[in-house]
Design a protein around this ligand. Structure first.
Ligand code: MN
Length: 399
């Protein structure tokens, strides 16, 4: 417990905005007593190949945040298999939470979830996934304290389920076709995302065209380049994908090249989706202002938490740009947080890819997230609506 006035005070910040100062204020409700982390490695059912990285397991930092009223909120930090995507690593996230974010929160009012997130942003820029895990745990504790699911805290359901796109790694055309045909036969998914960028552009475009010619009449196909192409390459080969019937092209250019994305969007009929380019509300405002994407991907991990997702989605919705509920390949824990916020946010109207628990060979909760008719269903228990499986956490713990 620290000294100070009980009322939050408004302070000017570096960028001239105001923020409610909470850390270091005397808590008026239950306070944060401890923040503990466990690093786990969960194997995948099959390897997942991206442009420059192949995953065989997913690593998570599980956060347990205990409050002075005896409630434990849980959260999960992830990156997609390694630091290649956005610079954060799972090992670095653990150190950041253990040494900095956790101690900063000690004694803070656990109920001031939004204000705490803003305050952490002032103290540590970036580190979106580490902050997202803390944010999740604070929301979970709050929901459990009140006995209601997170979607009720976030304004209630806009939808109670979301369609789930399945992602296929950057494998040869035959193996991609085989995997999609199997999924179509099972009826579990009706749209598919094909990872690109691992092969030379001409061969990669030909590979996707082959898949599309075999399957485009049977299903909806989209591609994700994870920023692997430069603008010249994209101008040459994206029209081939468009001609082949691909319905959505995700992040063809590197995150920084928003102007290039705008020039491409202008030349194509097929919409572009921004992913690596949009992490913050400021990114969203810039991308929409420059007409650089027709769809924005939101993710709890890259947006720094649930409020970050809602802020990006609100900016997009104001310009009639739909958001797609993305994944960083979370277990049922992080996936529950995503389902809660995506179901409670009107602007997340362009489906989801919340397939994480379906790609993992094990899970970390007692009752895994529920899928039905190709959709994910938001859990209705208190908080995130999932309970840690302590045996599973111990089994997958790294140390
Ligand atoms: Mn992506």
């Amino acid at each position: 417990m620290t000294t100070g006035t009980a009322a939050a005070r408004l302070e000017p910040t570096a960028n001239g905005a105001t923020a409610v100062s909470t850390i270091g204020e005397r808590a008026t409700g239950p306070s944060v007593e401890s923040v503990k982390t466990t690093l786990v490695d969960v194997p995948l059912l099959r390897p997942h190949k991206f442009s420059v990285h192949q995953m065989t397991h997913q690593s998570m930092v599980i956060v347990r945040l205990r409050t002075s009223d005896g409630i434990e909120g849980i959260g999960e930090a992830v990156v997609p298999g390694g630091p290649w995507w956005g610079g954060e690593s799972i090992e670095g996230i653990k150190v950041l939470i253990d040494r900095y974010l956790g101690p900063m929160l000690h004694g803070a009012d656990a109920g001031r979830v939004t204000a705490l997130a803003r305050d952490l942003d002032r103290r540590i820029p970036g580190a979106q996934s580490a902050k997202a895990a803390i944010d999740m745990a604070l929301w979970d504790a709050r929901g459990k304290a009140l006995g209601i699911p997170l979607y009720e805290l976030l304004g209630g359901l806009c939808r109670d389920r979301i369609a789930v796109t399945w992602a296929v790694g950057a494998e040869p055309a035959e193996s991609v076709i085989r995997e999609i045909e199997g999924k179509l036969a099972s009826g579990a998914h009706s749209s598919f995302k094909l990872k690109m960028g691992a092969a030379e552009p001409q061969a990669d475009a030909a590979r996707i065209a082959r898949v599309a010619h075999a399957l485009a009449d049977a299903t909806s196909l989209r591609v994700d380049l994870n920023g692997s192409w430069d603008e010249t390459t994209a101008r040459r080969w994206l029209p081939v994908l468009e001609e082949a019937g691909i319905e959505l092209i995700e992040q063809p250019l590197p995150a920084w090249n928003v102007a290039g994305m705008a020039r491409l969007a202008d030349r194509l009929r097929v919409p572009l989706m921004a992913d690596e380019s949009v992490r913050t509300p400021q990114d969203a405002a810039r991308i929409i202002g420059e007409h650089a994407a027709g769809v924005l991907a939101v993710k709890v991990a890259k947006c720094g938490g649930l409020v970050g997702v809602q802020q990006v989605a609100a900016i997009a919705e104001a310009s009639a740009v739909p958001c797609h509920g993305g994944t960083t390949i979370e277990s049922s824990l992080g996936t529950a947080a995503s389902a809660q916020v995506f179901c409670a946010t009107p602007g997340v109207s362009a489906g989801s890819e919340l397939f994480g628990p379906l790609l993992l060979a094990g899970d970390l909760v007692t009752e895994p997230i529920h899928y039905e008719d190709g959709c994910i269903v938001a859990p209705s228990g208190p908080g995130l609506g999932v309970t840690l499986d302590e045996d599973a956490v111990a089994r997958y713990a790294r140390d």
